[in-house]
Design a protein. Structure first.
Ligand code: 5CU
Length: 364
């Protein structure tokens, strides 16, 4: 087997400039400690679903979220050669529109500096000022294209506020396509807590993270497909988090529902459209953050082994036992690759790093 580098394309940070913003807030998203439980230390509260008794205090947050030395130590402990870091959710979606453009610049420059101080080890997906105007977003996309360590952008499913099928996003999709920057699409909003029922708070974060996140992503991408985003922007490339949510599994059903829809037919929308399989094989990349070989095999069947990229989701999902230096979440993801594609195969090496090196143009 060709020995390839291991590249982590799904790994987050809150750089210092962003931490300052979180610490200054008392509304979600925020970082704070709770005087009635000093032992719990600082807590990161970010999700809309953190409104049940078992989730309302978020999760512990320490330097693994903001200190670049911790990222490098984690990489070393898990034999990761290169990390493509992205700001973690909820990015800048919640910012006052008047502050969005300037804050995006500051956060992206902060991350670019971190990468340049660790040449060859760190690259990044930038953050967009999506609460600002489309013009401001396009300007930041054009600026990011010139930053030497940036390889695309990370964003959630809300777009400019009304989802990724919003026609107002066209100039943004156009700028991303034109500059050939990869969109790393990541969930944050999940599903309304009400769908998880009256006993949701008995189950901690399991329902919103295991099901809310992937379904949110699947719905967002399906809306992009249905609104013809990839018909208008045939070279727009998207890396979908968590192996595409449930898209690889549901693609056939989505395609069949489209082909049987009388409303779409009447509107002439069934003619000359690109189908879901075409988009999956030509515009979509999937990360390998699905923790089991079953999901990985579905991802490869849908998009191809040359479009699947290893990730960890660090610093989320740390071991519950702090004394464990090897993270279970990472072990599950790398074991899934070996179990699905063999221990020492070209395919496994490509997924662990070769694909990312090629797709993101990372230097050998
Ligand atoms: O544990 C969580 O809440 C998360 C999150 O918010 N974002 C993410 O990427 N992974 C886990």
């Amino acid at each position: 087997m060709k020995s390839a580098k291991v590249v982590d394309v799904h790994t987050h940070m809150y750089p210092p400039s962003y931490m300052d913003l979180l610490r200054a807030r008392n509304k979600v998203p925020y970082v704070r400690s709770f005087p009635d439980d000093p032992a719990a230390g600082d807590r990161l509260v970010i999700l809309p679903a953190e409104d049940t008794t078992s989730t309302s205090r978020g999760r512990p947050i320490g330097p693994e979220y903001y200190d670049v030395e911790e990222k490098l130590a984690f990489m070393k402990a898990h034999d990761i050669d290169v990390s493509v870091i992205s700001l973690a959710n909820p990015w800048l979606d919640w910012l006052d529109p008047a502050e969005a453009a300037e804050t995006a610049c500051k956060v992206n420059d902060d991350v670019e500096r971190m990468c340049s101080e660790h040449e060859g080890k760190l690259y990044a997906f930038g953050t967009l000022p999506l609460s600002g105007s489309a013009g401001e977003v396009v300007k930041e996309i054009e600026r990011l294209a010139k930053l030497p360590h940036h390889r695309g952008i990370v964003m959630g499913t809300s777009g400019l506020g009304s989802g990724l099928d919003d026609p107002a996003l066209d100039p943004i999709y156009g700028a991303l396509e034109q500059s050939q920057q990869l969109v790393f699409l990541h969930p944050h909003y999940g599903l309304p807590t009400s769908v998880f029922g009256e006993r949701a708070s008995d189950y901690g974060h399991v329902l919103p993270l295991a099901l809310g996140f992937p379904l949110e992503t699947t719905i967002a991408v399906t809306r992009m497909l249905l609104s013809g985003v990839w018909d208008r922007f045939p070279k727009l490339n998207v890396l979908i988090a968590h192996s595409g949510g449930t898209l690889p599994f549901l693609a056939g059903r989505i395609e069949s529902c489209v082909a049987h829809d009388a409303h779409l037919k009447k509107q002439g929308k069934l003619e000359s459209r690109r189908d879901v399989w075409d988009v999956l094989k030509n515009n979509i990349y999937l990360d390998a953050v699905i923790y089991a070989d079953v999901g990985l095999k579905a991802a490869v069947d849908a998009s191809g082994a040359d479009r699947l990229l290893f990730g960890t989701d660090h610093p989320f999902f740390p071991p519950l036992d702090e004394s464990e230096s090897e993270w279970l979440s990472v072990k599950l993801n790398s074991k899934a690759v070996r179990s699905a594609f063999g221990d020492n195969t070209e395919t496994a090496a490509a997924i662990m790093g070769g694909n990312a090196m090629r797709i993101l143009g990372l230097p050998e």
